[in-house]
Write a protein that binds this ligand. Structure first.
Ligand SMILES: NC(=O)c1ccc[n+]([C@@H]2O[C@H](COP(=O)([O-])OP(=O)(O)OC[C@H]3O[C@@H](n4cnc5c(N)ncnc54)[C@H](OP(=O)(O)O)[C@@H]3O)[C@@H](O)[C@H]2O)c1
Length: 251
């Protein structure tokens, strides 16, 4: 009998996922393990990382609890991780604020996690030779830079910055056939959105009906696209930004 055809398999690949204690990152870790990958999961909350691990397929997976905004923790991740075939930069924060209210600490908060942390972690992994030639790097960015909404300026700017950075990174790593792509989701049901709804009193259950596919995304919707970018099926893709929006980007 012939082997099952599966160009999306992650068998034999070791993948690092940041932000894996919750939402989209958790789902990526779970789905990647089910696709055959060995997954290194990181975030600050050890207990929630263990909950993620409990939902993953069996394998030699690893937990590294770390704060990606701390230099010593970036060193810890890049020292403790084995060499990688894939990296998913998913850790992120969002906090709406009218731009006339912005203080220096708010700029630092958004940029520290959404821009500076992935940039410095990626630099350190490369310097420590933890990225195999032919690897795939994925940034979970956002539609926010292209779809302005009130109060979302700092978040949108931090995601726009990482998209610009990723395109140059892809160019610089192309001689090693390392691919770099961004995923730009519209609204996805996670704790980040629930917190936003509570703090700002927004009824997202009502708003999601305006999406052409009549719903916001689920973390697994983004995870499945991430698997494609991590797999050899996407071996001719680099420097891309892929929207995943339930049709919202066409509105
Ligand atoms: N949900 C959406 O609608 C949406 C849309 C577009 C893009 N995104 C992006 O998707 C990514 C995941 O977001 P989510 O919606 O899944 O939110 P979430 O459920 O709040 O998850 C955020 C993750 O980031 C981690 N994290 C935050 N700060 C960290 C830090 N300093 N160090 C290490 N880990 C940190 C959190 O872990 P700990 O708290 O355990 O550290 C958690 O695992 C983010 O980059 C977000 O911007 C989300």
């Amino acid at each position: 009998m012939s082997e099952t055809f599966n160009p999306f398999s992650l068998e034999g690949k070791t993948i690092l996922v940041t932000g894996a204690s919750s939402g989209i990152g958790r789902s990526i870790a779970i789905v990647a393990s089910k696709m055959g990958a060995t997954v290194v999961i990181t975030a600050r909350n050890q207990e929630r990382l263990e909950q993620t691990l409990s939902q993953m397929s069996e394998g030699s997976h690893k937990i590294i609890s770390a704060d990606v905004t701390a230099t010593e923790d970036i060193d810890k991740i890049s020292t403790e991780t084995p060499a990688l075939d894939g990296i998913v930069h998913c850790a992120g924060v969002g906090r709406r604020l009218p731009l006339k209210m912005v203080q220096e600490k708010d700029v630092e908060f958004a940029m520290a996690t959404n821009f500076k942390a992935p940039v410095l972690l990626q630099r350190t992994l490369l310097k420590k030779k933890k990225v195999h030639p032919g690897a795939s790097i994925v940034f979970i960015a956002s539609r926010a830079p292209f779809a302005p909404t009130v109060g979302n300026g700092l978040y949108a700017a931090s995601k726009g910055a990482i998209i610009a950075y990723a395109k140059v990174l892809g160019l610089e790593l192309s001689n090693q056939l390392i691919r770099v792509n961004c995923i730009c989701p519209a609204m996805v049901w996670t704790d980040l959105v629930q917190r936003d709804a509570e703090v700002n009193g927004v009824d997202y259950h009502e708003l999601e009906k305006s999406y052409p596919l009549k719903r916001y995304g689920q973390p697994s919707d983004v995870a499945n696209l991430t698997v494609y970018l991590l797999s050899d099926a996407s071996c001719w893709m680099t420097g891309s930004c892929i929207d995943i929006t339930g049709g919202a980007s066409s509105l």
